[in-house]
Design a protein around this ligand. Structure first.
Ligand code: GN1
Ligand code: MG
Length: 375
């Protein structure tokens, strides 16, 4: 959508949600693969104000209203915890949804698009490729987020995407798409497909353990990319954890794993130069040094021990999801270039292969962190 089309729409949203100021500038945030996100800058009594406007993909989130209710329950809960622990500037630590005067969370356009308005954390940045200090801070942010939700009533949450990180189901879906081969693309990815099938045991090991009752489901974030943490632009301190659409019961190891998968790969998620894709062990350690001390003692020993398995499992799972979407003809993830889902699949497979070879070292480094905590 061009800014020319967005200006009248955003003016209407500002009016609907009773936001302050006159719209001056719209900036597109191009990172998300599902929703469309923009920063709307307004001028109010000589001061600039920023708001986040997001178009929710309601093919992926079939009930945006219920997603909004989930997010508000979660942010209320986190906000209470922050107040209890004496955090002074709570507004910078939790993102808030605005409501219209009728109480609803969405501006729905004539063609059925769902737009929501969120507060913007001031003097804050998000980073797509984090350095070591930011990664450590991201580890603390997601670890604390996990703690804040440890007594959240899971049964009060609507499952925004059923079986979101059910890797067994993700594999079954991949196989079904390969068998259907609706876009006639299977021949071009047979090697990738065979590789993923050969790794099914590693990919589903945590699902097995959770089915056996060894690993509990907890309320987790489920999308822990480092760009889902806002950092203070001057001090680098972590502020709000954002993108809460998939907060649902899940495994702690998947939150840990997804954060490492994304942030500890210097090549990025869709690099075509596979030589640049690998797991940087120091980045891994930095995130773990932030995350593990926050949750240690509050989760079980098995959950701590299996954190490295989460790194491999979630990387394989995402490769399977990208490959399924490629086989389906690119219907789920936004594609920004030709064969984008195949490029993403290959990048995640290259990363999974590197992680697989480094598993003993990931476990060794985790043990060292635990020993340090235990003094
Ligand atoms: C999607 O849109 P974004 O970047 O927040 C996806 C995640 C994937 C991620 C891969 C709802 O997240 O599960 O890990 O792309 N979100 C959904 O970049 O499917
Ligand atoms: Mg997301």
């Amino acid at each position: 959508m061009s800014n020319y089309e967005l200006f009248p729409l955003f003016n209407q949203i500002i009016k609907d949600f009773n936001l302050k100021g006159e719209l001056k500038r719209i900036t597109c945030v191009s990172t998300g693969n599902i929703n469309d996100t923009f920063v709307a800058l307004t001028m109010h009594e000589g001061h600039e104000r920023e708001y986040i406007f997001q178009r929710v993909n309601h093919r992926v989130f079939s009930s945006p209203e219920r997603v909004a209710e989930n997010v508000c329950k979660v942010t209320d809960h986190v906000e209470n915890k922050l107040r209890e622990s004496g955090v002074s500037d709570v507004r910078r630590h939790v993102l808030r949804y605005y409501r219209k005067s009728d109480g609803s969370y969405f501006h729905i356009t004539e063609n059925g698009d769902y737009w929501r308005a969120l507060s913007c954390v001031y003097d804050a940045i998000s980073v797509d490729s984090a350095d070591i200090p930011h990664l450590r801070a991201a580890g603390v942010a997601f670890g604390e987020f996990q703690n804040h939700l440890s007594d959240f009533p899971a049964e009060s949450l609507y499952e925004t995407i059923p079986d979101f990180h059910n890797t067994k189901k993700r594999y079954a879906d991949l196989v079904a798409s390969a068998e259907a081969d609706v876009a006639g693309r299977l021949d071009s990815v047979r090697e990738e497909y065979e590789y993923l099938l050969s790794m099914e045991k590693e990919a589903t090991v945590l699902c097995e353990l959770s089915e056996k009752g060894v690993l509990p489901f907890r309320v987790v974030h489920n999308d822990t990319k480092c760009n889902n943490v806002m950092f203070d632009s001057r001090t680098g301190e972590h502020l709000a954890v954002i993108d809460l659409d998939t907060v649902m019961p899940g495994l702690v190891a998947y939150d840990f794993g997804d954060a490492v998968r994304f942030a500890a790969n210097p090549g990025g998620e869709d690099n075509e130069d596979l030589n640049r894709i690998y797991l940087d062990l120091d980045y891994y350690s930095a995130f773990a040094e932030g995350f593990v001390p926050c949750i240690y003692g509050k989760v079980t020993d098995e959950e701590i021990e299996t954190l490295p398995d989460g790194v491999l499992a979630i990387t394989l799972e995402l490769a399977a999801r990208f490959l399924k979407d490629y086989l389906d003809g690119d219907v789920y993830f936004k594609c920004k270039k030709k064969y984008h889902n195949r490029i993403r699949t290959r990048a995640q497979i290259a990363l999974a292969k590197d992680i697989f070879g480094k598993m003993p070292e990931l476990r060794r480094r985790l043990r060292a962190i635990v020993e340090k905590i235990n003094g």
